[in-house]
Design a binder for this molecule. Structure first.
Ligand code: SF4
Length: 337
């Protein structure tokens, strides 16, 4: 039986909300559906206690059964390695708490402010730099956003607002459209950037309603997706990315350099080729943020630099992402290559 056929019996999955509701949240189910050896089960259950499993079926269906080294599975499978302490790996590796101005609003860089719109995501990436973020302290209802909106309105240097999270596209379109309207009413805000993994995880999320409000806002929208491996981008993902681009919305990709996922020249070159073939610009390759629980994903910067040299030799310049590192307290991302 195919992986998707193993979804809950009789489940009708024709909206992105249903995909989210039916996502696998149980380590045992993930191990079973992918036919992994039994010893993965105890490890996954232990590590999932602090950061639960969450993976939508549309993503799981792109994994190979019986292969614990599958690059998509590696991103979502909890391992005992997450429970080991490593010096230098912390709960807040990029200084989010120091950058919080009012609830839900972070400002790290000149001219830009970031709204942590929600703690919900369409997937739990084991390497997530916000896996320990205190989302429960942030705004929960549209009215709770008022202090953040007022703060942006009071600072005429802010001309770009980022919607981040969590994943902002887990919110419904009327809610997002209302938030965009509030930001568009501030004359000095010109651009709205949306950081999301939803188009990769659940491509159905690119709905007509989403395209309508993105096209309709006065703000210039930019969508930044997050794919780490070409295998993540199947035909359904390609079609959703095309819908965004055909609607006139620039789409960029950011990836994280991850041991066992994309730390080979071939994997990174394939990813860039797949993206540019779909008109998506490779934007950033991030050095891993040193978040507690993710040390086993770290690739040394020296290795990252070697990989970047190979990318540069193989690809046209526009297809080579910038290799960057975020350092808490610095006024811009550090460009490594
Ligand atoms: S989608 Fe982004 S915010 Fe959500 S778990 Fe993955 S890396 Fe973290």
């Amino acid at each position: 039986m195919g992986i998707v056929a193993l979804r809950a019996a009789n489940a009708v999955v024709d909206t992105w909300q249903q995909e989210l509701r039916l996502a696998v949240r149980d380590a045992a189910q993930l191990v079973a559906v992918l036919d992994l050896p039994d010893h993965f089960l105890q490890s996954a259950q232990r590590a999932a206690r602090s950061f639960p499993v969450f993976a939508p079926w549309s993503y799981i269906s792109r994994m190979a059964k019986g292969d614990a080294a599958d690059p998509l599975l590696r991103q979502v499978l909890p391992l005992d390695a997450e429970l080991l302490d490593h010096s230098g790996f912390t709960a807040d590796p990029v200084g989010d708490s120091a950058a919080r101005i009012v609830p839900g609003l972070l400002q790290k860089y000149n001219g830009r402010a970031l709204l942590v719109t929600t703690g919900a995501c369409a997937v739990h990436c084991r390497y997530c730099f916000r896996r320990h973020y205190p989302y429960s302290e942030g705004p929960r209802s549209p009215a709770d956003w008022q202090p953040a909106i007022e703060q942006i309105a009071a600072d005429p240097t802010i001309d770009e607002v980022l919607l981040s999270g969590g994943d902002p596209l887990t919110l419904v379109d009327p809610h997002l459209a209302t938030l965009a309207d509030s930001l568009a009413a501030i004359p000095h805000v010109r651009r709205l950037r949306i950081h999301t993994r939803l188009p990769i995880m659940i491509p159905q999320r690119i709905t007509d309603d989403l395209l309508d409000w993105l096209r309709g806002t006065r703000l210039a929208p930019i969508v930044v997706v997050h794919a780490n491996h070409a295998q993540e981008i199947d035909d359904s993902v390609a079609q959703s990315l095309a819908r965004l681009i055909d609607a006139g919305i620039p789409v960029l990709n950011q990836a994280v350099l991850l041991s066992g996922v994309n730390d080979t020249a071939a994997a990174l070159i394939d990813l860039s080729r797949r993206l540019v073939d779909l008109r998506v610009m490779p934007y950033y390759l991030h050095q891993l943020d040193r978040v507690a629980g993710a040390a086993h994903f770290e690739v040394p910067i020296s290795r990252g630099l070697e990989l970047m040299a190979k990318l540069r030799a193989a690809l046209p310049g526009y297809a080579v992402p910038r290799y960057v590192q975020e350092v808490a307290g610095e006024t811009h991302k550090r460009v490594l290559a």
